[in-house]
Design a protein around this ligand. Structure first.
Ligand SMILES: Cc1ncc(COP(=O)(O)O)c(C=O)c1O
Length: 386
């Protein structure tokens, strides 16, 4: 059955696998075999020969992700970094890339310490400023990479407007959106004109902080074929158990995201009125600089909050005094996490650049989980009281 015209929750549960035609199994099989029998040389019985090239459990995950993002092709990788790494391998030496200014530290590291050896140069730019974006192109620009909401400053970028400017460029760069923070439940960049969507499925898509993964979703067949070739050639593919966990997690993505968004808005309002906090950054608050854009571009405002603690607060002590929030990197799990970008997730970014873009020492980032909101607010109060 074709689920392409069904709503999100139905696609999340059925698009990649409805039930097994042979056994009737309602949940997808975990296919562990690394090799597949052939009737005669070079005549495989089914669609599979070797598990790095293709695997039935991975195919189900790829199909589901593509359906949820509204793309024709989905490819899964061993991590989010590996997904970006594979996309970057499609670039010619000496290409130039434009990236938004507060991207994930590991993303920036690929440009500063890996692909720089291949002669790939980059320009970081504040993409909330469309004029600045329009002037960042060079004749060698082959890729535009952006994150929205951004990490950790939760800036919202106007995907459709950026795509319009990108499409006016003679060299037709690929525009890719890292949709990890929003997930396909909150925003579908391909519908807004993006060429490629990237995910760290380690985050909300996995949703339980127990599986690493990454994905690329797109519509262009030529680029998809190039990426499938690289997926097999470089081999950074997820194992079938990991694919199964992600398929299972996707079935509840809409329910979890709704709960994350509900809790995050309540927590942001609580923090905004808190005497120990000087600034709360959450796209769902009306004082967020791109609140209107977020309301128009996203179905809800997400589960991430950043806030600046008042000067007199000992940030380290506060973080160590929390009992329900876990002090840890990463995000998107059912449990609430809190972290200190300047010394943890964004420590790899040079200090001068961190300060320039606003990642100050008293900034903390919260991944709001789906625990009871009253327990979360009480935990924050008790930590401040220490
Ligand atoms: C927005 C974003 N993109 C990509 C990544 C990289 O993903 P992974 O850790 O799965 O390689 C991360 C990791 O934190 C991230 O936050």
């Amino acid at each position: 059955m074709d689920f392409s015209n069904k709503k999100f929750g139905t696609k999340a549960i059925h698009a990649g696998f409805h039930h097994d035609e042979v056994t009737g199994a309602v949940m997808p099989p975990i296919c562990l075999s690394t090799t597949f029998a052939q009737r005669a040389p070079a005549q495989p019985i089914g669609n599979y020969e070797y598990a790095r090239t293709a695997n039935p459990t991975r195919d189900i995950l790829q199909t589901t992700l593509a359906a949820l993002e509204g793309g024709k092709f989905g490819l899964c990788f061993a991590s989010g970094c590996n997904a970006l790494n594979t996309l970057l391998q499609t670039l010619k030496p000496s290409s130039h890339v434009i990236i938004s200014d507060d991207v994930y530290g590991g993303t920036l590291r690929l440009f500063t310490q890996v692909f720089n050896h291949w002669g790939i140069t980059y320009t970081q730019c504040d993409m909330t400023d469309l004029k600045q974006f329009a002037t960042a192109f060079t004749p060698q620009t082959q890729l535009v990479w952006l994150e929205t909401p951004s990490n950790p400053l939760l800036k919202i970028l106007d995907i459709a407007a950026l795509c319009d400017i990108n499409q006016q460029q003679k060299q037709q760069p690929i525009l890719a959106v890292d949709n990890t923070f929003a997930t396909p439940y909150l925003q579908n960049p391909l519908h807004l004109g993006a060429d490629v969507v990237c995910h760290s499925t380690t985050k909300y898509i996995g949703g339980h902080s127990d599986v690493l993964g990454g994905a690329l979703i797109l519509n262009d067949q030529t680029l998809a074929e190039q990426l499938y070739f690289l997926q097999n050639a470089q081999g950074g593919v997820p194992g079938p158990m990991d694919c199964f966990l992600l398929i299972r997690s996707l079935k509840t993505l809409h329910v979890r995201m709704q709960a994350h968004c509900d809790n995050a808005l309540k927590l942001a309002e609580f923090l905004q009125n808190h005497p120990k906090i000087s600034k709360v950054i959450y796209p769902g608050l009306t004082n967020h600089p791109q609140h209107q854009l977020a309301a128009q571009q996203m179905r809800n405002f997400g589960g991430m909050i950043s806030c600046v603690l008042k000067e007199e607060i000992d940030v380290k002590r506060f973080l160590q005094s929390l009992q329900i929030f876990t002090l840890a990197e990463s995000l998107g799990g059912v449990e609430s996490l809190i972290e200190h970008p300047a010394t943890m997730t964004h420590a790899a970014i040079p200090e001068a650049h961190r300060q320039k873009i606003g990642i100050e020492a008293s900034l903390v980032r919260i991944s709001v989980g789906i625990e009871d909101i009253d327990d979360l607010t009480q935990d924050i109060n008790q930590a401040f009281s220490k």
